[in-house]
Design a protein around this ligand. Structure first.
Ligand code: E4P
Length: 225
């Protein structure tokens, strides 16, 4: 399963790109709004210069015509730009239209397997089931990933990828991989947290301590010779 970063923050992207694990980035209007004063086009182009993989840019129109217009504009910014449209009938129309134009889509805000199946049939490049937001309303988000993986697996014509979104904690990442997601898009803080373990930290501390003791003994031994 590939790891994407769910952010529009350039510093976070630069940092995670340096870890050698980053395959793409997803943005959305909320994430963009957090980057006060940042221009959307400049941000997307900057991300594309840092990451060699799909960069999702979200449309805000409510009708297919508007989504397509926005999509065509965003896609011209860089070949790696993927157009985010919502899981609505208008989103399906835009997906099919953009597909005919050779433009990839990320059908987002997916909360049931029907939405995912129809998005795939319309030609979506990826569908984004929102795990955390389903958990928030006491529906097991990870079950949706599993169900979509099962449905897509039954149809050899479907090559749409499953992008697990709304990831809230490190356990979600592994559960998404086990449930059959192709990609998980993860917030920066959750990625940082996922590399932390108290035994790793204690282990480093102990190794360093033992190494320092060994060096102290060596220095003392040389001093007595
Ligand atoms: C996905 O592409 C979305 O940007 C994101 O995962 C939404 O997550 P949230 O529920 O934490 O806002």
């Amino acid at each position: 399963m590939k790891i994407f970063l769910d952010t529009a923050n350039i510093r976070e992207i630069e940092e995670v790109a340096s870890w050698g694990i980053l395959s793409g980035v997803t943005t959305n209007p909320t994430l963009m709004a957090r980057e006060e004063g940042a221009d959307f086009e400049e941000t997307v182009k900057k991300i594309a210069s840092l990451v060699d993989g799909p960069i999702s840019a979200e449309t805000v129109s409510e009708d297919a015509d508007g989504m397509v217009k926005e999509g065509m504009k965003f896609a011209a910014w860089h070949p790696n730009v993927v157009i985010k449209v919502p899981s609505t009938i208008e989103g399906l129309k835009a997906t099919a239209w953009l597909k005919r134009e050779g433009i990839r889509t990320n059908v987002t805000l997916c909360f049931n397997a029907n939405q995912a199946l129809l998005a795939a049939r319309a030609g979506a490049f990826v569908v984004s089931p929102f795990v955390g937001r389903l958990d928030d309303i006491s529906e097991p988000g990870m079950d949706l990933i599993q169900e979509i993986a099962e449905v897509f697996g039954m149809d050899s014509e479907i090559d749409t990828q499953i992008l697990a979104a709304s990831i809230r904690h490190p356990r979600h990442i592994i559960e998404a991989a086990k449930a059959g997601a192709d990609i998980a898009t993860v917030p920066f803080g959750v990625l940082q947290q996922s590399m932390k373990h108290p035994l790793t930290e204690a282990g480093i501390e102990r190794f360093l301590d033992d190494w320092r003791k060994r060096e102290a003994v060596q220095i003392a031994t040389v001093g007595t010779e």
